[in-house]
Write a protein of this length. Structure first.
Length: 142
């Protein structure tokens, strides 16, 4: 079942329900990493965006989005926007990321000065890419 059908706008899911729907240890690992490393708490919000409608989980620091997580059955998508100095750092380090992330970054056309990376997290390698991107974003927010 599609996520947006499982939990329509009138039915706010709980974090345990989201976790059960995704059913991936990578979800647990990323959420724990964000909470432990950056002391951020998840915010469950609804989006009517045509590209990813339904409930999502946001992590924000100083009122700005660090990332947005979109549930799918068996995996999740992590939206990370990369612009400015962070984009420069990613370009310098691009060869050290997985081939999948390299391809995604190169293919993402800048929008309002940032690249919007919709990263399907299905492997530990991609999870590590996401962690590194988040660390770069946090480093530049200080």
């Amino acid at each position: 079942m599609d996520w947006d059908k499982a939990f329509p706008k009138a039915e706010v899911p709980t974090l345990p329900q989201i976790t059960a729907f995704i059913a991936s240890p990578l979800w647990d690992a990323l959420c724990a990493h964000i909470q432990e490393s950056y002391a951020l708490r998840p915010l469950i919000e609804h989006s009517t965006c045509s590209g990813a409608p339904g409930w999502n989980v946001k992590y924000k620091k100083s009122g700005r989005s660090l990332c947005v997580l979109y549930p799918h059955s068996g995996y999740f998508t992590c939206l990370v926007t990369v612009g400015g100095a962070v984009a420069n750092d990613v370009e310098l380090l691009l060869a050290t990321f997985s081939p999948a992330l390299q391809e995604l970054f190169i293919g993402a056309k800048p929008f309002n000065g940032s690249r919007w990376l919709m990263i399907d997290v299905k492997t530990m390698v991609v999870l590590e890419d996401v962690k590194r991107l988040l660390a770069l974003r946090i480093q530049h927010k200080r």
